[in-house]
Write a protein that binds this ligand. Sequence first.
Ligand code: ATP
Length: 306
Amino acid sequence: MGGRRLKEGGNRAGGDPEIRRSVLWSGRSVAYHGGRQRWTEEPGLLEVANLEVVYHDVILVLRGVSFQVPDGQIVALLGANGAGKTTVLRAISGLLDVHNGDMTKGEIILDGTPIHNASAAAIVGRGVTQVLEGRRVFGEFTVEENLRVGAHTARGDLSGQMDRVYELFPILADRRKSTAGYLSGGEQQMLAMGRAMMSNPRYLILDEPSLGLAPILVQRIRDLIVDINQQGTSILLVEQNATMALSIAQHGYIMETGKIVMDKPAAELMKDEDVQEFYLGLHSGGEERKSFRDVKHYKRRKRWLS
Ligand code: ATP
């Protein structure tokens, strides 16, 4: 077993109480399996624990949100407008200040180490990068200039990383000299994702990447998320398009008014009646799909856990 132990923790992640977890200088975690008397290397973990966020000192928006993104997985965070999904992402990425928000309780932990007091740049440096909602690219810069901006906290060499991004998004290679503002919506989303990939993240956080895109492009973005994940980046995916998100995620969490109200393996969420009714737009008959707008404005409110 390489590396040196930083600290030992309890069994916060749940499971066998006999297992003690520790974090190595290398950033990898290990677990001591008491009964079996051995250490094994464990995948890392991005963990949000009991997160409470207040805007402008008075508006309580998150009320004890907890969830995990294990290394190598795609995890979906779903919920209606205003549930608090973007606020969770702002807290993880260290961007609450910009929006007059404060984390008043809880922890955000990467591989056993709290990151919630780190600056936004330091969090990117630790390997956690967010693609903001609305695919904000620098419209007057070229594609390549946008990618260079994404590399300013890069962990790795710039040209190698740019080659990898061009391989992942060949359309960006074709358009490398084009002005970003003239790209289509789908191309701008790819550029925003490509720019985030320039920092060589371990965890990529996506805020509604399919928003406003035609179905064919949603499919393209979906495939790209899978490719990125298969190349070793874990994904936290916030989506209104629950069908798309659950079709590629291993696990899903559902938020309502600042709380997680349900979490299950994605395949089980897909089959859950309430999820089908509110997020997948299926009537109880199971066949006919409502439009997304119908789902969003669905009148009969139902509390998930009441
Ligand atoms: P959407 O999909 O509509 O973005 P969301 O689930 O991402 O919804 P948030 O954007 O996190 O939800 O918003 C959660 C609540 O916090 C909403 O009531 C919103 O009005 C409020 N909110 C968000 N940003 C701020 C802010 N800067 N100041 C005050 N209130 C805010």
